[in-house]
Design a protein around this ligand. Sequence first.
Ligand code: GLA
Length: 384
Amino acid sequence: MGAQQVRDDFAGLYGAEPEGVWSAPGRVNLIGEHTDYNDGFVMPFALPHVATAAVTRRDDGVLRLHSADVEGGVVELRVDALAPESDRNWTAYPAGVVWALREAGHPVTGADVHLASTVPTGAGLSSSAALEVVIALALNDLYELGLQRWQLARLCQRAENVYVGAPTGIMDQTASACCTRGHALFLDTRDLSQRQIPLDLAAEGMRLLVVDTQVKHAHSDGEYGKRRAGCEKGAALLGVDALRDIPYDGLDAALARLGDEDEVVRLVRHVVTEDQRVEHVVALLESGETRAIGPVLTAGHASLRDDFRISCPELDLVVDTALASGALGARMTGGGFGGSAIVLAEAADVETVTKAVESAFAAAGFTAPRTFEAVPSAGALRVS
Ligand code: GLA
């Protein structure tokens, strides 16, 4: 849905033009999975799919929320009555951001909001982060809060962790807030230092496909939290602040120290090798060896499947089929247990790979996947 439509729908709903319109994208993660809550490295880029919000300030303590994507009318809340984990609906994301801003001392006294999103939900493409960031950016502008993008990302993460109740890391919100067109974001999640890495696969005759398996996932259920708790246990047993602090060449010794804590061993091995894979991919991209990232992506999938154990048959089928039909690399992306996989392929092989995956899904009796090409797009911005 276009920004003008969102503006017009706002005017129809609330009887006046909005003060402005903002957008914030979903993301796909190239490499660096489940590293963000271990203070590690990630490398997402923004999708062309965005959440768009038309917003006007209010000074009477009322927050009115409406979405073009959800049945039902305007939801009216009072900003001083917002309470963590009180809301299980989509409204928890925008309301959570208002709560987080106010809790941090920012004088947000209400808003009228109309939202529409083109980011697929439950697909591991950060539809919720897009909703959070678009609201945060709009309120930052309208209330002249002067917060920087990384600060908005932190507040959005807090909204998701505390208000929504999902124990996620900082990657998705930072990606939505800080990515730039034509680049992947190399992010150190410990201090949020960033480097924009140029990524123009088409110029080199390649494509990156996102294959949405249509298997829905959610992070507020237990498995994500269990992995996170396991990683924290590993850090505690090894006497480090976070798994990020284990040097790559000290991994074997660290695993030996964990002895027969098999599950923790697997989690630690994934996180440490995944950080190393992110740095490897950055080095390859910066030295122009783009095709060589394929096997690194594929190794990342094996680690998520075998060590972190968060893949599923549909994701494995995408990866195996894509590789067997000529892809350069493939891996699940995002939190896991469903959602999407990415496939790096020569442009000339895209059709063969796509058809092979579709046929494999049909043969396995799985719901048909949805495939689209992902091009690094703009981060959150004011549209009008
Ligand atoms: C989800 C979370 C992120 C990150 C990924 C896994 O997308 O929101 O913080 O942990 O899973 O890399």
